[in-house]
Design a protein. Structure first.
Length: 493
């Protein structure tokens, strides 16, 4: 069923733009939605409209904004199955995972509805008598939020929910190939009682978005940029923001390592490597890149891993499968390119590689053993169902290998030795560390984010994201009735 959808600016549909269709990756001939893509001027206009709407919205008391977020959560919960079905249809994510993704939006709303009553400032002692100091969190203004399509509804909610709760307006640019899912989420936000213009959704391609953002930043209608996507695009968004003296919130790629120690529960490690290596077809930013396994358990691990992958089903995302199709054609092309890096004799999973029979974007899983620290496969994110295996002898060596690609999003270690777990946590440069759990599946109220090529150190989720969407304002109130000069009128010690 083709849905006709459009960008929404100031509560009004924008029916003009260059035509684009999102398709079902399990059956690419099936169109999911037709959507006109906006140009740069339209994007900039959305930011101006958001800037107007933000003035009123910021005056709505934060606890009342929290109640709107509570309604978003209730509406998403009531429509969870339909939204998850749409996500499965449009990006091919297995239904159980899509439902989990929708759950993550509800979790985010649950967390932030209370934050509306807790948007605390502070009282701070003054150097001088008869003077009080305070701090307030103030909204930044307008946030431009640009999101990827692998988590077409949950990850956007990590930006939208706190940004709106804090009193900002938002211009959201979702991935085009997940347009229908994004539009459905937009409608649930709008139905929760957000005034027109406070949340705008603009469908546009990368070039128009970049140009429109540049324009909006020059016009000072955007004060915060949130971007989730590849490290390469993140770098250009970061450079653009830097030119406008803005610090964006960047959530980028990962080459997430899993270390398997000789004392690890191997069955558990295999299960973790199966889920994080091949779940979502390896298309999470937290997906497993390389298993770094101790020499003593290497052969046993690889044998069991290969068996587990062979036993898993890959196919129709409405069924009980390990993974479905790749998200979109451009990722399928990248998978094909990654295959050319791989020396065939290092492949340990028998059987074919490449595209499976049939129309859909289904691709065979690949496990590559003996990956060396200077191989592209060791260093670069593949964003597909390809996992590398490397070997180590000492924990220090494992930590060095884990950090070598220069990303720093997620990481994991399987061990029964708490000392090894804590040493790994100290040594690894990742923003997130799991012990005896996989690299994917972060919970919505912990800080989410990475270092190095995975981001600029900003964190999403939980209370930590409040610092992205508010700025601290300091106030001092002198009731002494005279001019008290800081530093100069302070009593000598
Ligand atoms: C992403 O791929 O951009 O931790 C986010 C996880 C999910 C979110 C992934 N909760 O795997």
């Amino acid at each position: 069923m083709t849905r006709q959808i459009a960008s929404v600016i100031g509560g009004k549909n924008e029916p003009t733009g260059s035509p684009y269709t999102s398709t079902n990756p399990a059956r690419p001939s099936e169109v999911v939605a037709a959507v006109p893509l906006a140009d740069a001027a339209t994007f900039a206009r959305a930011c101006r409209s958001a800037a107007d709407a933000q003035k009123e919205w910021s005056r709505v008391p934060a606890p009342v904004r929290g109640r709107v977020i509570a309604s978003v959560g209730r509406l998403v919960e009531a429509n969870a199955e339909a939204l998850a079905r749409l996500v499965t249809e449009e990006i091919g994510k297995p239904y159980a995972e899509a439902l989990g993704e929708v759950r993550e939006i509800v979790d985010t709303c649950d967390f932030f509805l209370g934050e509306g009553r807790r948007l605390y400032g502070q009282t701070v002692p003054s150097e001088m008598p008869d003077k009080n100091l305070f701090t307030f969190r103030v909204p930044v203004g307008v946030a431009a939020v640009i999101t990827a399509g692998n988590f077409p509804v949950a990850v956007p909610s990590w930006y939208l929910v706190p940004a709106l709760l804090c009193g900002n307006a938002v211009v959201w640019k979702p991935a085009e190939y997940a347009a229908a899912s994004a539009h459905a989420l937009y409608r649930l936000f709008a139905a929760a009682g957000l005034p027109d213009g406070v949340l705008n959704v603009v469908f546009a391609d990368g070039a128009a978005t970049y140009e429109g953002l540049d324009l909006a930043l020059s016009e000072s209608t955007v004060q915060k940029v949130g971007f989730t996507g590849s490290s390469a695009v993140g770098r250009s968004v970061g450079e653009l923001c830097g030119r406008h003296l803005q610090s964006p919130c960047l959530e980028l790629g990962g080459k997430n390592p899993m270390v398997v120690m000789p004392d690890a529960d191997l069955d558990l490690a295999v299960e973790g490597a199966l889920f994080s290596g091949f779940g979502t077809a390896g298309q999470r930013c937290t997906s497993l890149g390389t298993v770094i396994v101790h020499r003593d358990v290497h052969d046993a691990f690889v044998r069991a891993y290969v068996q587990a992958v062979q036993a898993a089903k890959i196919g129709d995302p409405n069924g009980d499968v390990l993974y479905g199709p790749l998200l979109d054609r451009k990722f399928a092309e990248r998978y094909e390119e990654y295959l050319t890096w791989i020396e065939p004799h290092h492949r340990v999973l028998p059987g074919p590689t490449g595209r499976m029979e049939g129309e859909g974007l289904f691709y065979h899983p690949v496990i590559v053993d003996g990956v060396r620290p200077d191989d592209r496969l060791f260093l670069e994110e593949t964003f597909g169902p390809i996992v590398g295996v490397a070997t180590f002898d000492t924990l220090d060596e494992a930590i060095e290998l884990a950090n070598r690609p220069g990303y720093g999003l997620s990481s994991s270690i399987y061990t029964t030795d708490p000392k090894a777990a804590f040493r790994f946590r100290e040594g690894v440069s990742a923003g997130m560390v799991s012990v005896n759990n996989s690299t994917s599946g972060a919970e919505a109220h912990l800080p989410f984010g990475g270092n190095g090529k995975s981001g600029n150190g900003s964190r999403q989720s939980g209370v930590w994201v409040l610092d992205q969407f508010t700025r601290w304002q300091a106030m001092n109130w002198d009731y002494s009735g005279r001019l008290q000069k800081a530093q100069m009128d302070v009593a000598d010690i």
